[in-house]
Design a protein around this ligand. Structure first.
Ligand code: ZN
Ligand code: ZN
Length: 285
């Protein structure tokens, strides 16, 4: 009998930070804002509901072909670029589908924020008119389980904070850590490093924001984003195997992104592989 495969498979649907970015200079890596699909066997996790979520919805409907689905949508935080795709996510309109939405604030808070962007003043359909069953869940247990998937979370440095998630599935580890400034100030007394170690240690896949270069970062300290050099440094330090740089700056062209990755590979060493996250790219461990 064939051994059952327990893989984690991810697909990038939106990789751009801050604002959707159309234009010929951004075609290769894509201009949609954050949305990552993560499959652990039959469990479907979705990280963030940026504008990339629209295409994910179409793909799921094609795959399920009229059958109902249960999805788990985990939010890093509710800045616009991480929620704007939700009103355009077609599976949310279909009766029989179940969508569990997880956030770090109280249930009413997450519901209020998602509901707010679908207020009549902003969007023609309200949250109450969607056909699917929406279950808002506040994170309280840490770690917690969704089926046989173990998830640990921690708060990251970002205006208003954001959540980083570590997904463990049959020995494989996927980490989602976006909108995160890796502070190294002495007054933090190593807190941030320890926090990042718990989150990313020995990850097979780390999807981490790398909005800036080292040169840009010095002008943007305190904005809540990291440089690629900082992320490569901690990735190396804590045994990460594959780093996908993510939340690309809206000004970053395809060409510039490739230069950034080349530079990062020079300092990443042989155990850490570095790639730029790209729309519709899949990866499996
Ligand atoms: Zn963002
Ligand atoms: Zn943000």
């Amino acid at each position: 009998m064939k051994k059952k495969e327990h893989a984690i498979e991810i697909t990038f649907w939106g990789v751009r930070g801050s604002i959707p970015t159309p234009g010929k200079e951004f075609i290769k890596y894509g201009g949609n804002t954050p949305c990552v699909e993560v499959r652990c066997g039959g469990t479907i996790l979705i990280f963030d509901a940026g504008t990339g979520m629209r295409a994910l919805g179409k793909s799921l409907l094609r795959q399920f072909d009229g059958k109902s689905m249960e999805l788990h949508l985990l939010f890093s935080h509710t800045h616009w670029d991480h929620i704007q795709g939700f009103p355009f996510f077609e599976p949310a309109y279909h009766r029989g589908n179940i969508i569990n939405l997880y956030g770090g604030n109280s249930v009413s808070e997450l519901e209020k924020l998602i509901l707010g962007q679908m207020d009549r003043e902003y969007f023609p359909v309200t949250l109450f008119e969607l056909g699917s069953q929406l279950n808002f869940k506040t994170l309280s247990q840490n770690p917690f389980y969704i089926n046989d998937v173990k998830i640990y979370y921690t708060y990251l440095f970002h205006p208003g904070l954001s959540l980083g998630y570590r997904v463990e599935y049959h020995g494989k580890v996927f980490v989602y850590a976006t909108d995160n400034e890796i502070l190294t100030e002495p007054e933090m007394e190593g807190y941030n490093e320890k926090n990042m170690e718990n989150l990313i240690k020995n990850a097979d896949i780390l999807v981490a924001e790398c909005q800036y270069t080292e040169e840009e970062y010095v002008k943007k300290v305190g904005w809540g984003h990291s440089s690629i050099e900082q992320v490569v440094r901690i990735g190396k330090m804590f045994g990460v195997k594959n780093l996908f740089t993510f939340h690309h700056d809206p000004m970053r062209t395809d060409k510039e992104l490739e230069v950034m990755i080349k530079r990062a590979r020079k300092i990443s060493g042989k155990n850490l592989k570095v790639y730029a996250a790209k729309e519709s790219m899949t990866f499996k461990v």
